[in-house]
Design a protein around this ligand. Sequence first.
Ligand SMILES: [Zn+2]
Length: 289
Amino acid sequence: MALSEAFQVIETLQIPNYRMEDTVRWLCSMSGDFSVASAWEEIRRKMPIAPWASIVWHKNLLPRHSTLGWRLAHGKMPTDVEVQKRGVCVVSRCSLCRKECESTAHLFLTCKFSDAVWNTFADWFGFIWGRPSSILDFLEWWKGKLRSSNLRDLWAVGAIVVCATLWEERNKRCHEGTHRSMKQLLECVKGELQECKFVIRGVKSIQDLCVKTIGLVSSTDIGSGILEVFWCKPDPNWVKLNIDGSSLGNPGKAGLGWGPCFATTRPKWCSRMENTWAFPIASKLKLKL
Ligand SMILES: [Zn+2]
């Protein structure tokens, strides 16, 4: 288009004339406001999302765990076989089973020791360990098991937390000469999961068992808050019988206390029963009252 034609087009344009001052607007966000996130989204080179991203970059994972997961997914963990591939001559023996060469797949998946750890961990969630033979197959299998919605986050982070604990154990055996049993290792896994700050709501019985096995607290275990209770003296010539108790279940272990109170005295507990059972006690009280 010639410049003269362009001017003709411009002259025909209807320019809106509102009684407003012009303002600067950022076109890369819906609101028109600038944000670093929208700028980064505009200039970054977009690549397909890796299939294991939701496992490795899970919001509940500690950064050191995510970093280890990323290295693992890219085959960059410095196991003996990986070091050999880089031209370094090292003799390899798995420090967990002391029988086979230490490849990444062997150390983290197929080693007899690691296999037992995975078996137990999967069993906590009611799964049968799928025994994948490569790290990518393992991450895909793990992601496929994210079907338990209430424990989804807990299961998701478990993959990398267990791998990190196995790697830590391997390093301790290689460099410090210390040795932990499988049971001790699983206790460490529980400790790491407890550090991930989960909020677990509305768990069902089988899931509740899993949560308690790992040592976490579900929201159903948390009380609704402090209830303030006011005590009043009884009227003259009246005796007040104060009763209180609590139980760990129904039926379950329970404790109970009671005491009479007269108009001129403060209440005093005069009986206390422990390690009784809630249901029988409640039934007896009902009969007596
Ligand atoms: Zn081994």
